[in-house]
Design a protein around this ligand. Structure first.
Ligand code: PLP
Length: 401
């Protein structure tokens, strides 16, 4: 008798949906014009980058919006525009992606990592302890994998301690807490339009704020030369009086080609959000069937965008976690594990960020030790997601039998 062949999913976890036809047409007109630089405009022309900034500002509900080359650049620029100086302590989540500690290092800040809880949100008790214990005046809050902490409680803590909050919304573009959009709580917010996020321009990002001074400083930092009047959602020219001399040009502008392909995606983003949430619900329900799998609790106040899903396997040792990766892979399911001792692909843990001071984070470590992560690309159907969940449950059974 031969081996029993496992049932297998044959879809691709990294295959993105095609861009809308309007995006392709818009890209062609930019290419035909040859005017790819955001400031290369004909008299009276707005340009795609400025138009996108105005559209994103209106959709986000912020006062100002600046388009930049990446989410990571938006983080660096936001920190500098908010006043982070070399040597300043910047609090941030211990569970996040490498560009977040990377941005803190790029502005010569000192990252102080804050624990997360078992539902992957910032531990507000540890935040208060670290505010008391350090001289921090800044929190770079990463809504990692789309999990929003209690934003009212967080803002109460930070406001009373004089902490400036910068939101990393790379995974929460379109998400809300008690109806208010993620990104509209702190002083400034950063978004990414990198391929694996909620809009896809390959690379790209936005910075939004309601503060005219931050918007002006950020604009000059992004490399606007003195052409800030060509921006679509910036403050009035008078606001730049100081920033134009004080801020260095760090060349992180968005170009017209990316903006042209983002505008039609922004016009459809609510449909994408609903589609992601349907995929998430199908996957989450399927995983909840297993007694061993712990899905992540989603508070009633949160309206997330389920572009990826996480779950835990409490009690699993490292060998079992490794075996689960293999058992899932055999079934065509690409899982990521945050408990590995080596950084792999996009997945790394704080112990691998050795350019910063080593820090003790026992609670986060115990959560990450059995934390799994999976992308939900829009090329999947809800049927695919239900099948994938069955396969994960089977893989868990195989590992534990
Ligand atoms: C992707 C990502 C970023 C940065 O985005 P890039 O556009 O890739 O620079 C920041 N924070 C988190 C949590 C991310 O996943």
């Amino acid at each position: 008798m031969g081996d029993i062949v496992a049932r297998k999913f044959t879809g691709a976890f990294t295959q993105q949906a095609a861009l809308p036809a309007e995006a392709m047409q818009a890209a062609m007109s930019v290419l035909e014009s040859g005017r790819l630089h955001r400031y290369n405009l004909l008299p009276g022309e707005t340009g795609d980058v400025a138009a996108l900034e105005a559209e994103y500002r209106d959709w986000q509900g912020s006062s100002y919006c600046l388009a930049v080359t990446s989410g990571g650049q938006a983080l660096q620029i936001a920190m500098r525009a908010c006043g982070v100086e070399p040597g300043d302590v910047v609090l941030t989540n211990a569970f996040t992606l490498a560009p977040v500690p990377g941005a803190i290092a790029a502005v010569s800040g000192r990252a102080a990592l804050v624990e997360i809880n078992e539902n992957l949100r910032l531990d507000l008790g540890d935040l208060e302890r670290k505010i008391a214990r350090t001289s921090a005046r800044f929190l770079l809050l990463s809504h990692m994998r789309g999990h929003l902490c209690d934003m009212e409680a967080l803002m109460r803590i930070c406001d009373s301690a004089g902490i400036t909050v910068i939101e990393d919304c790379a995974h929460t573009m379109g998400a809300r807490w008690n109806g208010k959009r993620s990104g509209n709580f702190g002083k400034a917010a950063c978004f990414s339009t990198q391929t694996y996020k909620h809009m896809n321009s390959g690379e790209g990002g936005f910075l939004t704020t309601d503060d005219a001074g931050i918007a002006a400083r950020a604009t000059i930092l992004s490399g606007s030369y003195m052409l800030y009047e060509r921006h679509g959602a910036g403050p009035v020219p008078g606001t730049f009086a100081e920033a134009r001399y004080q801020m260095p040009n760090c060349s992180a502008r968005m170009d017209a080609l990316r903006a042209a392909i983002l505008r039609p995606q922004l016009a459809r983003i609510e449909e994408s959000i609903s589609a992601w949430n349907a995929l998430y619900a199908a996957t989450d329900q399927g995983l909840a069937i297993s007694d061993r799998i712990k899905t992540i609790a989603r508070p009633a106040a949160e309206t997330p965008v389920g572009s990826s899903i996480q779950f835990r396997l409490p009690g699993f040792g490292a060998a079992q976690c490794q075996a689960l990766l293999a058992a899932a892979a055999k079934r065509g399911v690409e899982l990521k594990w945050f408990g590995g001792s080596e950084p792999v692909g996009f997945t790394s843990a704080h112990q691998s960020w050795r350019y910063m001071d080593a820090q003790l984070l026992p609670r986060t470590d115990s959560v990450l030790a059995t934390l799994f992560d999976m992308r939900l690309p829009l090329t999947f159907s809800t049927g695919d997601c239900a099948f994938i969940s069955e396969l994960i449950c089977e893989a868990v059974d195989e590992v534990t039998s």
